[in-house]
Ligand binder design. Structure first.
Ligand code: ADP
Length: 226
């Protein structure tokens, strides 16, 4: 379970990014956070993986305050949360296979695990045929599917996808959403952010709407929770 308890974030230049944000996310939930650019979505994501600190309030992962963990515990937390970003963040001079293998090696997986799991995870995102290609040989949608494969290959409990469809056309957007739903059905919690209301209509489920650093709506299947 993830819980944001009255979280505020004011950046050093006095920009108020979040104001008393509270909500929780249940295990295996598919949560979409929608809001215009600047609403505070990325800041929320960064706080969960302890890449930045709240000005006040607290963020909990299970029963731990993520900002009170030591370095070893923070690393363990980050291994439980796979991340996907708008700009893919693949290593350009490594093949698809090597990009995913690299993430697995960093997480301490053996060569045998890498050899068996990389093809498997690429099948899951329908990219088995591109295993030996380099990122520049792939379309945007394909690159994002590699990034998703890399995020899930170490079997984290939670996938954070921060504007994963921001650079994609509608067909590729739909495909990425379909894959994230599949991952959710396989038992992972998924948190997706988007500024695109059209994406939200596609997804249904639980939707938190942010505006200027505040949660202004929390709804499930069209019904208001907040
Ligand atoms: P979103 O992801 O919804 O676009 P962000 O969380 O990136 O929103 O940004 C929220 C607000 O905080 C915006 O006004 C943004 O300009 C500001 N902001 C984000 N990062 C920083 C930073 N490092 N320093 C100062 N202001 C920032």
């Amino acid at each position: 379970m993830i819980y944001y308890d009255k979280v505020s974030k004011v950046y050093p230049d006095k920009t108020v990014a979040l104001e008393e944000v509270s909500f929780s996310v249940e295990p295996k939930e598919f949560l979409t956070i929608v809001g215009q650019s600047g609403a505070g979505k990325t800041t929320l994501m960064k706080l969960l993986i302890a890449e930045d600190w709240p000005t006040s309030g607290a963020v909990f992962f299970e029963s731990s305050n993520v900002h009170r963990l030591n370095r070893r515990e923070t690393n363990r937390l980050r291994r439980r949360i796979g991340t996907v970003f708008q700009d893919y963040r693949l290593i350009p001079n490594k093949t698809v296979y090597e990009n995913i293998a690299f993430a697995m090696e960093a997480a301490g997986r053996t060569d045998g695990e890498v050899a068996s799991d990389v093809p498997h995870v690429l099948e899951l995102v329908d990219l088995g045929s591109k295993i030996w290609n380099f990122p520049h040989e792939l379309s945007g949608g394909e690159r994002q599917r590699v990034a998703i494969a890399r995020a899930i290959v170490t079997q984290p409990d939670v996938i954070l996808a921060d504007e994963p469809t921001g650079n994609l056309d509608p067909a590729n957007t739909y495909e990425i959403i379909r894959i994230l739903r599949k991952i959710n059905e396989l038992g992972r919690t998924v948190i997706l952010t988007t500024h695109n209301k059209g994406v939200v209509d596609e997804i249904g489920g639980r939707i938190i709407t942010m505006e200027k650093g505040k949660v202004i709506k929390d709804s499930r299947d069209g019904k208001y929770v907040l």
